[in-house]
Write a protein that binds this ligand. Sequence first.
Ligand code: ADP
Ligand code: ZN
Length: 714
Amino acid sequence: MTLSNASNALKKYFGYDAFRPLQAEIIEAVYNKRDALVLMPTGGGKSICYQIPAITLEGVAVVVSPLIALMKDQVEGLSATGIPAAFINSTLTSEQTRNVENALMAGYVKLLYVSPEKLVSQNFQPLLKRLKISLFAVDEAHCISAWGHDFRPEYTQLRFLKEQFPDVPILALTATADKLTRKDIIGQLQLPDPAIFIASFDRPNIKLTVRPGQRRLEQIIEFLKQHPQQSGIIYCLARRTCEELADKLNARGFKAAHYHAEVPPTQRSKTQEDFINDRTPIICATIAFGMGIDKSNVRFVIHYNMPRNLEGYYQEVGRSGRDGLPADALLFFSYQDVMVYRDMIEQGEADDTQKELKTAKLNRMYQFAEAPVCRRKTVLFYFGETYDRNCGNCDVCLNPPRQFDGTIAAQKALSAIMRTKESVGMNMLVDILRGSQRREIFEHKYNEIKTYGAGKEYTFDDWLYLISQMLHIGLVEIAYDEHNCLKVTDEGKKVLFDGKKVSLAMPQPKVKSKPGEKLPVMPEKSKSQMLKEELFGRLVALRRSLAQEQGVPPYLIFSDATLDDMADKRPFTDADLLQVSGVGERKLQLFGDAFIGEVRRFVLEKTEEGNRITGSTQLISFNLFQKGHLVEEIAEMRSISTLAVAGHLATMYERGETLDISQWVSPEERDIIQGALPMFAEPFAMKEIFEHFGGRFNYDKIRFAIADYKRHRG
Ligand code: ADP
Ligand code: ZN
């Protein structure tokens, strides 16, 4: 088997023109019967790495996956591209299982998805032994490791694969694995000399944004207004928050549902289905949601609460934009969340090393949120990648904070902390600085200290922002064991007593629309961009109605990325459509006519609209011709004869439009025809001229020769 077989299969079944980084190398390793460990981010394209060998090699590929809920979707997706696939897990009846087994024995199945329990079970072994197995793919391979965050004990029994099938290559794939887990995967699966492939974890299409967590609801509503009709997930820490947020969003006219572990299973799977099928665009969920979801057009992930570590953050964020189109990740950051996690770790962890580990991870998480450094750089660095530029697609890169001399601001805060004998938390400190009238202030006589009301020049949120930076650069620290009071560090004392200068990032002015005040205007979209979006919308609608008709989820027909490319390329023929990324032979057969028809109708409508002013039927044909459509296509679109279309084009040429007429009449033929024209009376009768030459020149030739004659006569 060679890579050109692989490329052909990629095009034929999936409609893709090229492999993504590392896919080809991984496939080649499998062809060479080499075991391999593959680390690729979510959405990186892991499935192709075993699906292409499965299709091209003899026998059946066995895919082990712990995500039972996903198997059915994966198998349906493959079937829709014409690849015979099946799954066996506990959700099948014994009759269904038998049917699959029969199909396997008959050699019909190229890809078999199976749960680890089933694979290792005794009654499955005889069947396994009788199959011709091309490869084993162990998906979510980090589940094998007790070091990973998602340990599945059944996975540890997979060591029997190498023992029993020493000649079958094993491909272990995962989106999250640190060094320790990596080593564990290789050891547990007993891979003697695996090739190791580590793809970049960068997901450049996802815009990373961090915002202070004040007035989150308003900020979310603002965001949703700017992203109408888009699918997304809002992750919340508490179940109650999920429910309340969904209610509030619904009350504001958005369509949202909630999802968490306490929702009854039937409702949970309905919510999930509705999300996958684009019926409910917004899900407010705990992190229980998303693991088993393979939806490629999730356009945003919002973290209502901060995740507890960067692994979780990046994994959740990675659920957006798997189709490669632009996506948004919006994280709300608040100290409240940090405190909550601290308490959880403190109370929930008996083991000291685990406690330390979790605390360290939490610290890295909030440093990420606070540091005014390119977010992508920070997060990729955390995962061990060097990324030595600024990404240009995160809030810091897009809107770099301006630094200012923050010494005086810092001194005010530090002084207030000292004067309260380091006994207040962050919110109280800000209230003191801003001269709040809160009852507690008077109870503790904080209104009598010198810095009371000394910081009115900043808003509450601005102060939180400044103080968090002071924390970050080590001027203050939080005493977690003393009700989260703020303490001044030695570094802070230098600023307070020795006047050491500090540079801080300036709080960003809030964009708020007061009546009469102008909102920042969005850059106007170009006409062609608007047309493209309109066509995209029509294609999405067509996809929805086809999906409904056939009772399948829309993404099984085409992904958003495919429709996006289609709206760009505007295919008019089968050959055009095959050029669209994501259209393979099977999908062309099933859906080609419908989508080509829609594109044609759209283009025709738009061309007619554009020409309505002149009302010229000739101009319509001419414009379509200029856009690259063949005479036959134009005739079909407009339901007129090809002769009529050629006539339109000839007329436009006669009127002085640029057109290469040599495809109808060669210069020699033209000269001969034109030589005879003076013999005829005008207006020229085509039939007479046709007969004059005894049928030697067809009507098209005569028509264009005449048009050229008139054009040059003026
Ligand atoms: P993962 O399993 O790594 O999360 P997937 O295998 O689901 O990622 O792939 C993510 C998306 O990228 C899918 O929509 C898939 O069809 C698409 N994809 C994979 N490989 C290619 C490729 N070579 N060219 C274009 N799209 C691809
Ligand atoms: Zn950046």
